[in-house]
Design a binder for this molecule. Sequence first.
Ligand code: NAI
Ligand code: MG
Length: 504
Amino acid sequence: MPTLTEKKPQRPATRAHGRPLPELIFGDLWEFDPAPETADPKLKARYDLFIGGKFVAPSGGKYFDAINPANEQKIAEIAQANAADVDAAYAAAKKAFDTTWGKMPGRERAKYIFRIARLLQDRAREFAVAETMDGGKPIKEARDFDVPMAAAHFFYHAGWADKLDYVAPGRNVAPLGVVGQVIPWNFPLLMLAWKLAPALAMGNCIVIKPAETTSITALKLAEIFQDAGLPAGVINIVTGFGDTGAAVMGHPTAAKVAFTGSTEVGKIIMRSLAGTDKKMTMELGGKAANIVFDDAPIDQAVEGVVNGIFFNQGHVCCAGSRLLVHEPIAAMFLAKLKTRIRTLRVGDPLDKNTDIGAINSREQLKRIETLVAAGVKEGAEIFQPSCKLPTKGYYYRPTIFSGVSMSHRIAREEIFGPVLSVLTFRTLDEAVEKANNTAYGLSAGVWTDKGSRILKMSTELKAGVVWANTYNKFDPTSPFGGYKESGFGREGGRQGLLDYCKLV
Ligand code: NAI
Ligand code: MG
């Protein structure tokens, strides 16, 4: 039976454009039987560091817990690398670069990268379940997005490895040597693939550190490197916290460092490396605007806005965390959005029906709560559906703030949670002005029927990616990266490869 969960709210008074107001549906969320994914994630009780092609115990003997944020249970132990371990990882990478990988023809390197991609596809379900258990994202995302996209990145870059003469027409390219990489917890396996695949194709060797809350799929991928026969030391994985990350970024052997994470840490790294000759790329935060004009395909736009912010619990640097909606349709659009988010299923990430899984960590949940409290205090109007949340684990209801102004913290700061701030605009210029009025510039979305308006907006918006009549679409061929405090350098496509080579 459908359950009535809410009192019927007032209908909005305005009738936009003479269109009928959307049907508000209440209590229409049918309970489904649980549909848990059952594939065995094949977790080890304890994960060591992956250095020189082997799993090795951390020299300090320390391990930390990997927690499943959906139920707060410990699922494995992860080695904590210290500076000596990072040294060993760089030494292994340097040796591999000098003796095997750096000398190997691209067409030979390609075979290994193709093999990694295929082995990942073979074990796709197992990886999807491990990713969901370690990070909290819904299984349908891990299964349909993270794992296939990670494999796609390896396939795409494997295809480049024997065609590097075409990366910079008229110039020759050469690998940089050893590169250091640090990645965040929102797309653990996918960010790993984004970082590793272009570096490998170019002939570099790697030391990489996953985020402390999501190390497992990286270490599972190390099993695949072994199965693929990847020469020892080409990829080294050191796990640990911020200090381990700092040791990876600051190591003298690193010819280039690549970081994805918070703007705050990105600035710390940039400051610490100023004056060195290391190459750097940074992919940092975002505060993207989804801009909906009155001629947009409305239902499609509602889906796009929902996907833009509630996808992966809003743990997305390019999340459409601000909605800029054209004033004539604002009331109608907001009503439709509220109706839609009432039907989102929040809960067990392993359930195939779940739309919104667990927040990645207790710290992140607290950060979201703090910013939402600030929004309420500053006078924005909050809407949250009254869905039931599991009693154990870290969960947050999808949240919409309306009546937001540009000075509110929720309009300026990255929340990194399922929280949408709604603002309105009257003219195209006002939309551009508001969308660009942020320290960030990673992505934006435009919803309109008019092609010329899309072209105009994509020129005016200061964002690395502008999606038109869609959102959160990715492809290994298309470069991704930011303007302003969202960072610099590109990942994906030919541009991404250029960031892992020198021109000779
Ligand atoms: P963070 O930037 O601290 O963590 C990202 C990675 O950097 C992790 O692997 C971490 O261990 C490492 N790290 C931390 N301190 C470091 C240092 N001094 N040197 C080198 N590496 C270091 O992000 P955190 O604390 O997990 O999240 C805080 C906020 O950052 C989030 O609420 C969100 O707003 C934003 N964020 C943005 C991401 C993005 O993709 N743009 C990803 C993760 C977080
Ligand atoms: Mg941090």
